[in-house]
Design a protein around this ligand. Structure first.
Ligand SMILES: [Zn+2]
Length: 94
């Protein structure tokens, strides 16, 4: 799989779950826009970019995302996979 993960500056905002400051989002080639799905690198909370800030994703929104498929679902799954790999690497270092 080609590496197309790029970081884009966002904010100032913070994770709506753990409060960690968010300065950038990474994912695809395009600049993040309203409706994009993000996962906090600190707490793994699933969130949505809206009006330049992040909010918690509702359970119904998550179910809809998984059921409908499309590019946002693909983006979410790629990000979740990347976080899983990062967690595994942290485990290997300890
Ligand atoms: Zn968080």
């Amino acid at each position: 799989m080609p590496n197309t993960m790029k970081a884009h500056a966002v904010g100032p905002c913070s994770c709506p779950y753990c409060g960690r400051k968010v300065e950038a989002m990474s994912g695809g080639e395009s600049v993040p826009r309203d409706g994009d799905v993000a996962i906090c690198i600190n707490c793994h909370g699933v969130q949505v970019l809206e009006g330049g800030t992040l909010r918690q994703m509702a359970g119904a929104e998550f179910n809809k995302l998984m059921d409908e498929g499309g590019p946002l679902r693909q983006q979410f799954l790629q990000t979740a996979h990347a976080l899983m790999l990062l967690d595994r690497m942290k485990h290997l270092r300890s």
